[in-house]
Write a protein that binds this ligand. Structure first.
Ligand SMILES: [Zn+2]
Length: 292
């Protein structure tokens, strides 16, 4: 009996060890491990979304892919969740005039994202989190999120929307001695890349091109036009990144990761979104029967 208890104990701890040791990156999981990963993650998967786009003369084209993945991988290390491989099929029409932009058609980016969600769901995930590293995706993802209601879905989609933390931003500005036009490839983004991927950045080239807002639509009041970004930042550089540094970047990344970890925990235990969706889709089948 004693021996059986010892054997059971070792069996239990080895099963636990296997479960604890499985990777969280989808591409690193074996098929049998994948089954465990779906359960271990509470059926939750993150898709970090970036794009291939110019980031001034000093940051690599894949900056948004690197940063979205950095947030997701650091968060998954703290709170287990499966992380989807590098994803760069997103909205970047506004940089088509710049070298190295990989701009898929609007129809294709929609289809790839939808089919990715469907495939994740077919493989057992019923909660999917989008972590977006590219500002040019904001309108796309908002519309895509609303369009999820167009037909019944068996998963829930959650988009991570981090909040600005003024204290952290103030500290980052102090460390980098500038808050000038801190936009695309500017102070914050370059500092985060200095922390996350120092070997692929070139801060010494940050002054080679202008990061000034050219404001060429400023006189056009009450108007939206898709050319607005080109009107302001044709170089795909907004600000001054010359004093960016890893210390400031580490602060900014950690704040985002802290919020993401909290969000993942919330999503894993959330029952409200799935229940409301279920009710909504049932009522949508027969709106005349919806209680008035
Ligand atoms: Zn970027």
């Amino acid at each position: 009996m004693y021996k059986q208890i010892i054997a059971l104990f070792f069996l239990f701890t080895s099963v636990l060890a296997v479960a604890q040791d499985i990777p969280f990156q989808l591409e690193e999981l074996t098929a049998p491990e994948f089954i465990q990963a779906v359960e271990k993650s509470s059926k939750t998967c993150i898709i970090p979304i970036g794009v291939m786009e110019k980031h001034g003369a000093h940051l690599p084209l894949g900056t948004d892919v690197y940063l979205a993945r950095e947030y997701a991988l650091r968060a998954a290390n703290e709170e287990y969740v499966v992380v989807f491989p590098s994803y760069y099929f997103s909205q970047i029409n506004e940089a088509r005039h710049q070298p190295g932009t990989i701009s898929y058609s609007p129809e294709l980016i929609w289809k790839v994202l939808q089919e990715t969600l469907d495939e994740l769901n077919r493989n057992g995930f019923d909660k999917i989190i989008l972590v977006n590293g590219h500002g040019g995706n904001n309108a796309f993802l908002t519309f895509f999120g609303m369009a999820q209601l167009s037909e019944p879905r068996e998963y829930s989609l959650y988009w991570f929307r981090p909040q600005d933390n003024e204290d952290i931003e103030k500290k980052a500005v102090e460390l980098t001695q500038t808050d000038k036009y801190d936009s695309h490839a500017g102070n914050s983004e370059s500092s985060m890349m200095a922390a996350a991927q120092p070997s692929v950045i070139h801060l010494d080239r940050a002054g080679e091109q202008s990061g000034k807002d050219q404001g060429r639509m400023k006189h056009l009041n009450y108007i939206y036009s898709g050319i607005w970004w080109y009107a302001s930042y044709p170089n795909h550089y907004g600000g001054d990144a010359s004093k960016s540094n890893a210390e400031a970047g580490e602060l900014l990344i950690n704040e985002t990761v802290k919020q993401l970890v909290e969000m993942i925990k919330t999503v894993k235990t959330d029952t409200v979104v799935p229940e409301l969706q279920k009710q909504f889709f049932e009522e949508s089948q027969n709106p005349l029967k919806t209680k008035q």
